[in-house]
Design a protein around this ligand. Structure first.
Ligand code: URA
Length: 491
């Protein structure tokens, strides 16, 4: 085929068939690059624009023997960037391609301004794609054979076509239409058609399906994980107006604190899949108590022995023994009640919701948890299964009596200056009789062996208070208690 002679500074005008005609761009760009046409000699237009260069030169053929090798990575990224709304995107992509033909390593130069821009544009398109997948909501219209689903969505970029295949895969069995100001995608159950832009007036009003979404959303809403800023970044307010469930968001945010507390109480999960495996590791093969009757020779040995503890039946359902943790020369020992759901799975004391409160309060009082020893009156999680959840159940006197075997050994090896009883179970375990915690709170009791025991509440008590102001006040009191503990440590 004869090559049209290219005159220097000839303005090539490339008209692409649509806003997202990447195939058209690719074909034209290949011809132009292989003819060494510099970027400034080309005008890129898309279907909707007026033809500014109707009489520009026809595109040159590829000179025989010339080939173009561009990294696959560039093609993938360019395909996404082609969906950006920046009117100069095709010209920009050509500039990068032109440079790539001369600088094969360009794509790897992360600091190059063109590569930075390529990356930013690609990111914007991918983010928009993700948003569309997350926030398209269908409204049901018609009945029986005429039933179909219609959604209205306002994307930032020309992502409809690129994203349509995802919706076909996801909703293959439904007949649906997605209307956007940048085009329409219609799936009739067999074929996908991309149509012209639509307006919001074309979209049907809310219906029962929206009510369904609202119910679903309220149910999956996790108040404990609510981060308003992150949520707004993820779901910018501009999308809220089109989301039926968004009407619930302000109320749910308001109620989140209270809801989080309620959820924490309800939250325990059934043992993790590794539960049986961990149990098996310490299973001695007998269903009989195998408690060691000889005290351990060291704290490390006690910890080892406690792994196989059968002194009470709680080991059977728990995942593992949760022994105390902290330095052996700690001057202070905190004693809680028993490991909770998360501690049982993690194998460490005070790492769940109560642990978070405990950590926060210690930090505020200036007590460094890392130099303290933290343990529990009972070393196995006691719970009631309820559906898929494990609900904390208070250990009885027999259970914490049995576990004193370990608590006293921990205290014996550490020899702290002060033990802190967090709540009634710990106080009873440490003192040997029931202690009215509300009355004795903030007091120091001295045991026969001389060990001083500071009495205070259990941090989970704060989590159970529903009124925010009351919970705050209780937390302040707990901080004040921990400040006293700090003074006692220094005394
Ligand atoms: N409550 C406790 O008493 N101990 C823990 O380790 C966790 C919660």
């Amino acid at each position: 085929m004869s090559q049209p002679e290219r005159q220097p500074n000839t303005a090539f005008s490339v008209r692409l068939e649509s806003e997202v005609d990447f195939a058209g761009w690719r074909d034209a760009a290949r011809r132009l690059v292989l003819n060494d046409v510099p970027p400034h000699d080309i005008v890129w237009q898309t279907g909707a624009e007026d033809d500014l260069f109707a009489d520009s030169a026809p595109l040159p053929d590829i000179p025989s023997g010339r080939t173009l090798n561009v990294p696959r990575e560039f093609i993938d990224r360019a395909e996404a960037v082609a969906c950006h709304t920046d009117p100069s995107r095709f010209a920009f992509l050509y500039r990068v391609l032109f440079r790539l033909a001369r600088e094969p390593e360009l794509i790897k130069i992360a600091s190059d301004p063109d590569i930075i821009r390529l990356h930013e544009m690609e990111k914007a398109v991918r983010r928009d794609t993700h948003k569309m997948r997350a926030f398209v909501r269908f409204v049901e219209i018609g009945e029986d054979d005429d039933k179909r689903y219609v959604a209205w969505f306002e994307p930032d970029h020309f992502i409809l076509e690129r994203n349509a295949a995802f919706f076909v895969r996801r909703f293959t069995g439904m007949r649906w239409t997605i209307l956007t100001p940048k085009g329409t995608a219609d799936w009739d159950g067999e074929a996908l058609t991309i149509g012209p832009p639509a307006s919001k007036a074309d979209a049907p009003a809310a219906d029962a399906t929206e009510e369904l979404w609202r119910t679903y959303f309220t149910n999956i809403f996790n108040p404990a994980r609510l981060k308003v800023k992150a949520m707004q970044a993820e779901m910018p307010k501009k999308y809220w107006k089109n989301l039926p469930e968004a009407a619930l968001i302000p109320d749910m945010i308001k109620g989140a604190d209270r809801a989080a507390k309620e959820m924490i109480e309800r939250m325990p999960t059934m043992p993790a899949p590794h539960h049986k495996k961990i149990q098996a590791r310490y299973w001695t093969g007998k269903d009989e108590p195998t408690a060691t009757e000889v005290p351990a020779a060291s704290l490390a040995e006690a910890r080892e022995q406690a792994k196989g503890c059968r002194r009470c039946p709680l080991w059977r359902d728990a995942t593992q023994t949760v022994f105390g943790e902290g330095p052996e020369d700690a001057r202070i020992v905190f004693v809680g009640e028993q490991p909770g759901d998360q501690e049982d799975i993690a194998g460490h004391p005070f790492v769940g919701p109560a642990g978070k409160v405990f950590d926060g309060v210690l930090a505020e009082a200036g007590v460094d948890r890392r130099i303290t020893y933290v343990t529990n009156a009972v070393k196995h999680f006691k719970f009631e299964p309820r559906g898929k959840r494990r609900i904390h159940s208070k250990p009885n006197a027999g259970e914490f009596q049995a576990c004193r075997w370990w608590v006293e050994q921990e205290l014996g090896f550490i020899k702290p200056d002060l033990a802190v009883a967090l709540g009634a179970t710990a106080a009873q375990s440490l003192i040997g009789k029931a202690i009215p915690v509300t009355k004795m709170r903030g007091e120091v009791m001295t045991r026969e062996d001389g060990l001083r025991v500071f009495i205070t509440i259990h941090p989970s008590f704060i989590l159970r208070i529903r009124e925010r102001a009351d919970a705050e006040a209780e937390r302040e009191r707990f901080v004040a208690d921990m400040r006293k503990v700090k003074e006692l440590m220094a005394a």
